[in-house]
Design a protein around this ligand. Structure first.
Ligand code: NAP
Length: 410
C-alpha cells in the first residue's frame, strides 16, 4: 500500500508507511465504535412514558477525497460512515486512483456486501458535482481545497443536505524565547518540509520571538540544508518531489510572488532539474524571512515546501500574526512556560493546537478539523466523527394501559 501511495503521490516511503498505519488505526478505532453508537434514556414529563434517543444512518453518503493522503483520508471517512450503517459512493481525487482502488479491494475482500461501498472515478467537475446534486445522496463528506469545499457547502445547503468539508490550512508554529530549540527546530523542519509541504496541517509559517530569533534561524537554516532531496522510494531521502506539474507550477509561482512582494529568500527557492532531478517535480525546501502579514505568501495556502518566517516581540503579537489569516486548521507553540502555553491554547484560532510539537497530524480518537476557511460542518474522527454520519432520533413510548388509565395521572 505504501509503495502505491509513493508511486502515485510521490511522498517519501516512510511518510507513506505512516499513512498506512494511520489508515489501519482509524479502521480499528471505527470498528470498536460500532459497539458504542449509544443513544440515551431520560425521564419523561409524561406519565408511563419511556423516552430515549437512537442513532440512524443517513442512507447514501458521497465521499469526495483529495490526492495528498490518498489512503488515510478515504479510510477516515469510509470506516465511520460504514460502521454507522450507511452505504457509500466514494470518489477519489483523479490524481491518485491506485491507492483508492486498493483500499476498496480490501473492503471487498473483507466481505462487505455488494452495493454497500460503491466506487467511481472521474473528474470532480462532473462526477463530484453529480454526487452533490443527486437527490438519492443524503450527505456529502468532502476533503480538499477551500474553493471547492465552499462551493459544495453552498450547493448542499441549498439542497438541504448534510455536508462536512475539511479544507485548506496556513498553519503557524510559534517559537517563544524560552523554547527548547532541540524540539522546536526539528518540529518546524518536519512540519514545513515533510511530505514536501503537501499536508493540510503542514507548517507554512514560523513566528519567532525576538530574543531567540537569530539562534533559531541559524539552526533552522543548518537543518534545512542537511535535508536530502530525491525519489520518495529511496528510504534515505527526506524531501520528495511535488505530486504533479500543477503543484510545481503553483509552488514556483508563489516563490516568485514572495520575492516580488519584498520578502527575503533566505534558503532554496529553486526548481531542481539536473541529473536525478530531471524526472520529477523537485523544488528545494524554501524559506522566506522578513515576511509581513499582508503578503500573499503569508495569507494563501501554497501547499508545498515553502516556509514564511515572522518576528514577534511577545506571545500576544505572535498569536495576532498566527490568527491573522482566514484559515484555522492547526497551530503550535514551543515554550517551557505553562502560563504562556495556556494563554496560547485559549487564544489560537485553530481547530487543533499543539504545545512543543509540530502542527502536523492528530490521533484518530480525537476530533480532526478546522475553523473558518479550514472547515465547515461536524468534525471528523473521534467520537464526534460519528455524529456527521448519523441522525439522532428521539423516541417516546407511551406504555399506559389506555386513555382511561392515563387520565388518572393527568
Ligand atoms: P480539490 O481540488 O478541492 O479536490 C478535492 C476533491 O474534490 C477531488 O476528488 C476532486 O476531484 C473533487 N472535486 C473537484 N471539483 C469538484 C466539484 N466541482 N464538485 C465536487 N467535487 C469536486 O483539492 P486537492 O487539490 O485534491 O487537495 C488539496 C487540498 O486539500 C488542499 O487545500 C489541502 O489543504 C486540502 N486538504 C485538507 C485536509 C483537511 O482535513 N483539512 C486534508 C487534506 C487535504 P478531481 O481530483 O477529479 O479534481
Amino acid at each position: 500500500m505504501a509503495e502505491a501511495i509513493t508511486s502515485e503521490e510521490g511522498k517519501p516511503i516512510a511518510d507513506a508507511m505512516g499513512e498506512v498505519k494511520r489508515a489501519m488505526n482509524i479502521i480499528e478505532y471505527a470498528a470498536g465504535e460500532g459497539r458504542r453508537l449509544f443513544g440515551y434514556t431520560t425521564p419523561s414529563e409524561l406519565p408511563n412514558t419511556v423516552a430515549y434517543t437512537v442513532k440512524r444512518p443517513l442512507g447514501v453518503v458521497a465521499l469526495i477525497t483529495p490526492w495528498n493522503f490518498p489512503l488515510a483520508i478515504p479510510a477516515w471517512k469510509l470506516a465511520p460512515c460504514l460502521i454507522a450503517g450507511n452505504t457509500v459512493v466514494y470518489k477519489p481525487a483523479s490524481a491518485t486512483p491506485l491507492s483508492a482502488v486498493k483500499l476498496v479491494e480490501i473492503f471487498e475482500e473483507a466481505g462487505l456486501p455488494p452495493g454497500v461501498l460503491n466506487f467511481i472515478t472521474g473528474p470532480g467537475g462532473s462526477v463530484g458535482n453529480t454526487l452533490v446534486e443527486d437527490p438519492r445522496v443524503g450527505g456529502i463528506s468532502f476533503t480538499g481545497s477551500t474553493e471547492i469545499g465552499t462551493a459544495i457547502t453552498a450547493r448542499a445547503s441549498e439542497l438541504l443536505k448534510k455536508v462536512q468539508c475539511e479544507m485548506g490550512g496556513k498553519n503557524a508554529a510559534i517559537i517563544l524565547n524560552d523554547a527548547d530549540l532541540d524540539m522546536a527546530v526539528p518540529g518546524v523542519v518536519q512540519g514545513a518540509f515533510g511530505s514536501t509541504g503537501q499536508r493540510c496541517t503542514a507548517t507554512s509559517r514560523a513566528i519567532v520571538e525576538d530574543g531567540i530569533y537569530d539562534e533559531f534561524m541559524s539552526e533552522l537554516l543548518a537543518q534545512t540544508a542537511a535535508l536530502s532531496i530525491g525519489d520518495g522510494m529511496d528510504e534515505t531521502k527526506d524531501v520528495a518531489p511535488l505530486s504533479s506539474k500543477n503543484q510545481l507550477d503553483t509552488v514556483l509561482e508563489y516563490i516568485g510572488i514572495g520575492t516580488e512582494e519584498g520578502a527575503k529568500l533566505a534558503f532554496g527557492g529553486h526548481h531542481l532539474q539536473d541529473g536525478e532531478f530531471a524526472e520529477g517535480y523537485y523544488v528545494e525546501p524554501t524559506i522566506f524571512t522578513d515576511v509581513r502579514t499582508h503578503m500573499r505568501i503569508a495569507r494563501e495556502e501554497i501547499f508545498g515546501p515553502v516556509l514564511s518566517v515572522f518576528r514577534a516581540s511577545n506571545l500576544q503579537e505572535a498569536v495576532e500574526i498566527s490568527n491573522d489569516v482566514d484559515f484555522g486548521l492547526s497551530s503550535s507553540v514551543y515554550t517551557r512556560d505553562l502560563v504562556q502555553a495556556h494563554e496560547y491554547i485559549n487564544t489560537a484560532h485553530t481547530g487543533m493546537v499543539h504545545v512543543n510539537a509540530p502542527t502536523l497530524g492528530g490521533e484518530v480518537h480525537l476530533p480532526f478539523g478546522g475553523l473558518g476557511a479550514s472547515g465547515t460542518g461536524q468534525r471528523e474522527q473521534g467520537t464526534e466523527g460519528f455524529d456527521f454520519f448519523t441522525e439522532t432520533i428521539s423516541v417516546y413510548i407511551d406504555h399506559s394501559a389506555g386513555a382511561k388509565e392515563r387520565s388518572k395521572f393527568i
